[in-house]
Design a protein around this ligand. Structure first.
Ligand SMILES: [Ca+2]
Ligand SMILES: [Ca+2]
Length: 520
């Protein structure tokens, strides 16, 4: 079908739109009907945005054209928006699967732009983007190298609709002897920062719930039940992303005041810290507002008695990064571990990663791979068996083998390249289809300078012994969540999990093996 002359003709169909703030908005409402091929025969449209940021709705309509009597349509178009460096800004395959906007939101935007409606679930592609000044290109391709006729459309719209993100959480009881038993069938209420209700969800088996909500601060509320006192957590919904929340633990109405006790420890050395100030606020993730109780940690630890419920402990000590922890007050059967760990303040471009988890499994291990000193392709693999890279810039400070953590890695200087952080379930490393890591309650907190910059909770309901948590770009220190699960049985093989998205191979990760020590 694709003779050379046809290819040339298709290329000529590429259109150039020059958009400046002086042009009337309706000039950008353009459509072009083309035959989309493969390789050089894909449709590429270039345009320039002037001084003011502008919001566009792009469509690549293929299958729906058939309902207008067009033959030979492109069955499954894909839209991709590129910046001036050919960097991908956004991509969409099927318009109903946009992680930032629901189908209803996109339908409303299309209608207000004057575009004809697309049937629910169609394979046509739609992108909405607000773009600052710069040069851009939009590409239309066919999934699986498909070819055919497509209609490309660009509309300028007044403003992007509010983007959405997804939260996944778990409601569980902290009152039984087996902690964190999920609560089924409870109604969760979601409120925005102004307190208005923006959604509801009923907990499923294991107490799991999820919701897609407008991005921003959200209060996740368990209104209480005959058996349990109310509880809430403050969370942030991130546009286009699924955020795993730590479990929301609730306490029985039968409980009297409970004593919270534990140690404040140094995340690097593991030693007990005295002198830290602890402020307790009602709710989980609550960093400001009225304080329900205050105490000071000594070398023997801390203890405070509060009404039954969930609290956020703010822990501060000179020279350490102020941190927030969710703790439980309940009468009797107190949680065995409410130890809180503080990181010493870092340099502005230094990063520390602290792993903590619950009572099981006994031994989770932090693994960090990244570009090593010396030859450019060399990569280090820091973990319990090799606790430092060759230049001592990435270091395992602390390995915990007896539940809870902390297990800590510090990076004091970076090289260009990808740094990848993973958590391996050593205890169950020979198991297949293990859910132990997923249900470990593992949390990974990332500090930079004097602040917490990211926090990850192990996703629930996943199988695997390796949780690939995130990557850091060694040049920009930008952090990219991964949240991928896979099975790895041999700790030294935690180097090249089968990840999506063009992850660099790590074939040289094993060249460094220093400080080797036998493990049990
Ligand atoms: Ca598609
Ligand atoms: Ca460990």
């Amino acid at each position: 079908m694709s003779s050379p002359s046809c290819r040339s003709a298709w290329r000529l169909l590429a259109v150039l739109l020059v958009l400046t703030s002086s042009l009337p908005a309706q000039l950008v409402n353009t459509s072009v009907r083309v035959r989309v091929g493969t390789g050089d025969d894909t449709l590429i449209t270039g345009f320039v945005v002037g001084a003011q940021p502008r919001t566009f709705l792009f469509r690549a309509v293929g299958p729906t054209l058939a309902s207008f009597g067009v033959g030979g349509v492109l069955a499954d178009p894909i839209l991709t928006l590129f910046g001036s460096n050919r960097n991908v800004i956004a991509t969409n395959n099927d318009w109903g699967t946009n992680p930032s906007y629901s189908a209803a939101t996109i339908s409303a935007s299309m209608a207000s732009a004057g575009a004809f409606a697309l049937p629910a679930g169609s394979r046509d592609a739609v992108l909405i983007a607000t773009l600052p000044s710069g040069a851009y290109t939009v590409q239309v391709t066919g999934a699986n190298n498909g070819t055919g006729v497509a209609l490309f459309e660009a509309y300028e719209i007044a403003a992007a609709p509010v983007a959405s993100g997804t939260i996944r959480g778990r409601l569980a009881t902290a009152t039984s002897s087996a902690p964190e038993v999920g609560i089924f069938g409870a109604e969760m209420v979601f409120r925005n920062a102004a307190g208005a209700e923006i959604g509801r969800s009923t907990t499923r088996v294991f107490g799991l719930f999820d919701a897609t909500l407008p991005a921003g601060a959200v209060r996740v509320e368990f209104p209480g039940s005959p058996a349990f006192v109310p509880a809430f957590q403050l969370v942030t919904v991130v546009a286009g992303v699924t955020t795993e929340l730590p479990p929301l633990l609730v306490v029985s109405r039968a409980s009297g005041p409970g004593t919270i006790r534990g140690q404040v420890t140094n995340a690097v050395s593991g030693s007990t810290l005295s002198g830290a100030t602890l402020r307790f606020r009602e709710g989980s993730g609550v960093q400001t507002g009225s304080v329900a109780g205050t105490t000071t940690a000594s070398a023997n630890g801390f203890t405070i008695t509060l009404s039954p419920g969930t609290y956020t402990a703010e822990v501060s000590l000179t020279g350490y990064i102020t941190s927030f922890f969710t703790v439980i007050a309940r009468e009797g059967n107190e949680p065995v571990n409410q130890n809180l760990t503080l990181s010493p303040v870092l340099g502005a471009n230094q990063i520390r990663i602290v792993l903590t988890w619950g009572s099981t499994p006994e031994d989770l291990d932090a693994h960090l791979t990244g570009p090593d000193a010396g030859i450019s392709i060399a990569r280090f693999h820091v973990y319990y068996d090799a606790p430092s890279d060759s230049a001592n810039t990435a270091k395992l400070d602390l390995d915990d083998r007896a539940s809870f953590g902390p297990e800590t890695i510090t990076i004091t200087s970076f090289r260009p390249g990808v740094y990848r952080y993973s958590v391996h379930d050593y205890t169950n490393s020979r198991a297949t289809l293990s859910t132990a890591l997923s249900s470990s309650g593992a949390q990974v907190v990332v500090f930079r300078g004097s602040a917490e910059v990211a926090r990850f909770t192990a996703p629930t309901g996943r199988t695997g012994t390796l949780w690939t948590v995130f990557e850091i770009d060694g040049t920009t220190l930008a952090l990219t969540p991964r949240n991928e699960f896979s099975d790895v049985s041999i700790p030294r093989s935690v180097t090249a999990p089968p990840l999506e998205g063009g992850v660099v191979p790590e074939t040289n990760a094993e060249i460094l093996r220093i400080g080797r020590k036998p493990k049990r």
